[in-house]
Design a protein around this ligand. Structure first.
Ligand code: THU
Length: 159
């Protein structure tokens, strides 16, 4: 028997140490979180996607009475980005969540399905996507979706 250790790196920034564009992206994620449609969970998530042009597109979670028909903020935002700007690389995604009357004290990492979708976009454009996970305390930063999804399944396995 042998073991494989998969290591990953997450940087933790005080919000004040983020760059101006990162702060702007985070503020967009916070802004759009408040417009989420989350009557069932009360958990409002916002995602802001930075394109290579500098344009920012946003999305939030959209819930449904038939629960599985809803969609997370990250996929709402990233699918909007690739649907409307199919030639634009995605540079970064910021995520923020509002719950119980405040932005969360702990970061909200993307769910597994959103990680898989973000990985596809990273592979599609051959460009690492920086993931910024906001909380009131600090911001977790992953420099690639791969850091959030070790041992991932991707298109190369279908060849
Ligand atoms: N949700 C997101 O939008 N993104 C995440 O990263 C985690 C969960 C949504 C799905 C659902 O509408 C609500 O948050 C509670 O799970």
């Amino acid at each position: 028997m042998k073991e494989i250790n998969l290591t990953t790196k997450i940087s933790v920034y005080p919000i004040g140490e983020c760059s101006e564009i990162e702060k702007k992206l985070i503020n967009e994620a916070k802004r759009v979180a408040l417009a989420a449609y989350a009557p069932y969970s009360g958990f409002k998530v916002g995602a802001a996607v930075l394109l290579e042009s500098g344009q920012i597109v946003t999305g939030n979670n959209q819930e449904n009475a038939a629960y599985p028909s809803g969609l997370c903020a990250e996929r709402t935002a990233i699918f909007y980005a690739t649907a409307n700007f199919p030639a634009q690389k995605v540079e970064a995604v910021a995520i923020a969540a509002f719950h119980n009357g405040e932005f969360t004290q702990d970061v909200i990492p993307p769910c597994g399905a959103c990680r898989q979708v973000l990985l596809e976009v990273e592979n599609r454009f051959k460009n690492s996507i920086k993931i910024l996970m906001y909380s009131q305390k600090d911001v977790y930063v992953a420099n690639s979706v791969r850091d959030l999804l070790p041992l991932s399944f991707g298109e190369e396995m279908l060849k």
